[in-house]
Write a protein that binds this ligand. Structure first.
Ligand code: PRP
Length: 205
């Protein structure tokens, strides 16, 4: 996309950092992006989810499994919000061929590093959409007989569901909007926006 002036972007970030200003840096850097959830709202919700997960574990250990790449920022923040003995692992999936994920075919491109048998596993996702990815992962992980298998997703789009998946922890339930930031991308960009923003159809590329 070339509608964003990279020099202006860099200056806006530096200005915001140097001023110690609490205004949204993403809003400053991308003035034409509308914020759906600010970093403060995300942090508050992540803290609530962390407390809930801590309570549910009742002092037991946890394996947090992030689904790359989008879940990375959420996993990093959620991991610091849970007060449990936790380890991390990561998986990566992609759709087969060039079709969309709604074709139903998911390919595992990075498997777990460690076995999860007998462990409390929390799958961490940035967004749950059709449910096809998580249905695939759930089936795969259950074959390893974890003690518990729970799902945490920062965003949930229940209206888009094809596979039946009921997440245990949901940050925000949203309608079918195109969201970017806080891990979520448009053509691999915008994952580093600290706020969750809306990608409008007329946004310049
Ligand atoms: C997103 C998201 C989930 C998946 C959800 O990943 O992180 O893994 O889509 O969609 P579904 O419920 O319809 O299966 P994406 O393929 O965009 O990869 P990324 O995390 O690398 O951005």
């Amino acid at each position: 996309m070339n509608g964003i002036d990279t020099d202006l972007h860099r200056k806006a970030w530096l200005q915001a950092l140097n001023s110690g200003d609490t205004i949204s840096m993403s809003a400053a850097a991308y003035p034409d992006l509308e914020i759906l959830y600010t970093r403060q709202q995300i942090a508050e919700r992540v803290a609530e989810l962390g407390a809930q997960i801590t309570r549910d574990l009742n002092g037991e250990k946890l394996v947090m499994v992030g689904v790359l790449k989008g879940a990375a920022p959420f996993l990093a923040d959620l991991a610091r919000a849970v007060q449990v003995d936790a380890t991390f692992d990561f998986v990566a999936t992609s759709s087969y061929g060039h079709g969309s994920r709604s074709s139903g075919a998911v390919k595992l491109i990075k498997d777990l590093d460690q076995p999860i048998e007998g462990k409390n596993v929390l799958v961490v996702e940035d967004i749950l959409d059709t449910g096809i990815t998580l249905a695939y992962l759930r089936k795969l992980f259950l074959q390893q007989r974890p003690k518990t298998l729970r799902i945490a997703t920062l965003l949930d789009k229940p209206s888009r569901r094809i596979e039946e998946i009921k997440p245990d922890y949901v940050g925000f339930s949203i309608p079918n909007l195109f969201v970017i930031g806080y891990g979520m991308d448009y053509a691999e960009r915008y994952r580093n926006l600290p706020d969750i923003c809306l990608m409008t159809p007329d946004h310049p590329e």
